[in-house]
Design a protein around this ligand. Sequence first.
Ligand code: PEP
Length: 251
Amino acid sequence: MKKPILVANWKNHPESLRAVTPILTGLSRKSAVYKKLSTFIAPPLVYIEAVSSKIKSFAGLAGQDIFFAMEGTYTGAVTPDILKSFGVKLTIIGHSERRALGETNEVAAAKVKTALRSGITPLLCIGEEARDAEGNYFEFLSEELKLSLEGIRRKDDAHKLIIAYEPIWAIGKKAKDAMPPADLAQMVIFIKKVLTEIFGRESAERIPILYGGSVESGNANELVATGVQGFLVGHASLDPKNFSEIAEALL
Ligand code: PEP
């Protein structure tokens, strides 16, 4: 069986390179735990070299985003080959905070294709903004997933994908405001059903589904029991103790 997956999304934190060191020191104290998982750290790009040298033995390096074009001249962009040359193995795509800045499903699909072509694992994020009594969010999610995977149909590609279900309303809160485990279990089944419509049952079964949205040490254990294969962790990933307890919940 594949190892559970744990991805730290540092977003635009910490505030300086100097503040990265204590986080890395804290992480390395629990390297034995992280090694038992597929652990990835997605730091701000400018910290990537400092982080990569310190996590090499127990975690992989991840991008928080990927540029949609493989080559060309694009001032301000970091193209996939540059990411790869720094050892980036996985990238978050379509995070809700990027979608809020205008990233569409079409752009997310282009980025998934670019990641696949570059040999970088795409971790595609989907999630509804709010829940409604009529269940319209099911339709929203189905469309978001299908459009963000538009044009990706080969089984070989499907087997490289990872999906992160991140309900937007549950991001950046306290553990008590994360998604209730029973609801998450239902969403995992629903996402598998949509993936089955896209890729067929056998391939869909092979695509790991992660959960993200206020995962902390206090709720990780109950969220693991929902059928997810791992977590995408935001704020708690900057706190080594909290993050290591989340990791332990996945073992
Ligand atoms: C995220 O933004 O990907 C995330 C999961 O954040 P948090 O854990 O802070 O909710």
